[in-house]
Write a protein that binds this ligand. Structure first.
Ligand code: ZN
Length: 253
């Protein structure tokens, strides 16, 4: 009896220890305007979550955080495990605690899968963390390339991005759904990154076709935004979201 109580207490304590808050460093609008250097380390980001995404200082590739490990997919397609001391100008993370899960086996596209996710969740007006693990017939991904100062705006930096096609590949997709009215603060809609099981391929997901995958969705109603304490952000003229530019950058259209 005491043994069972101890297990329940331990479970309660561990769930209390990890805040269930979507943490974000800086804003997507700042990134759009070319603020590519930040002071948040990967180690600090990992103290806010075990699943997430972002980029690295100088816009040096795409970041994916899965199972507390951070990977960098560079513009040439190479993938690296990232040290805790590496810094990011924009990233988001959460301690992933899925509320809903389902499997798909019928070769649907990621676009269809995203619609399916939005059909099963309670509202389009809260945040979600998404994790999709499985086998994919095809993945199209991109990775931005490291930039030199003076930094160009993101719409110009993205013209030089690397784009990759992977066929019959197993891996994990991780990221977030953000309601449209928060576009600019964050990337609105479904924003997801990919890493292969062998950790050799990945990137910001542009499209995919699923062979067989398990989809997990976490519901998020708490959001914590941390802005840089100094740096390029302070002198920039950052306005409202440019939806046209954001769509070209995030969806490749
Ligand atoms: Zn991305």
């Amino acid at each position: 009896m005491y043994y069972i109580l101890a297990i329940i207490l331990a479970a309660l304590l561990s769930s209390c220890a990890q805040p269930h808050v979507l943490y974000q460093y800086s804003s997507f609008n700042a990134l759009l305007e070319g603020v590519y250097d930040g002071a948040l380390t990967v180690g600090e980001l990992k103290s806010h979550g075990d699943l997430g995404l972002g980029t690295f200082n100088a816009l040096d590739g795409e970041m994916i955080l899965v199972n507390s490990n951070v990977y960098q997919i560079k513009g040439d397609g190479t993938v690296y495990a990232v040290d805790d001391s590496v810094e990011t100008p924009f990233a988001a993370a959460v301690f992933f605690n899925p509320k809903k899960s389902f499997t798909v086996e019928d070769g649907i596209s990621c676009e269809q899968l995203q619609k399916k996710i939005l059909q099963i969740v309670p509202s389009k007006n809260i945040f979600y963390a998404i994790k999709i693990e499985g086998d994919f017939k095809h993945i199209r991904a991109r990775a931005v390339r490291a930039q030199r100062k003076p930094y160009p705006r993101l719409i110009d930096a993205a013209k030089d991005q690397g784009e990759f096609d992977f066929n019959n590949i197993s891996g994990t997709i991780a990221g977030f759904y953000v309601p449209e009215n928060f576009g600019g603060l964050s990337v609105s809609g479904v924003h997801i990154h990919f890493i292969s099981d062998d950790r050799k391929s990945g990137g910001h997901l542009l499209s995919c076709t699923v062979s067989r995958a398990r989809v997990e969705v976490d519901y998020l109603t708490d959001f914590f935004l941390e802005l840089p304490k100094s740096g390029d952000l302070y002198g920039k003229d950052i306005g409202l979201i440019n939806k046209h530019e954001a769509d070209i950058i995030e969806k490749g259209r």
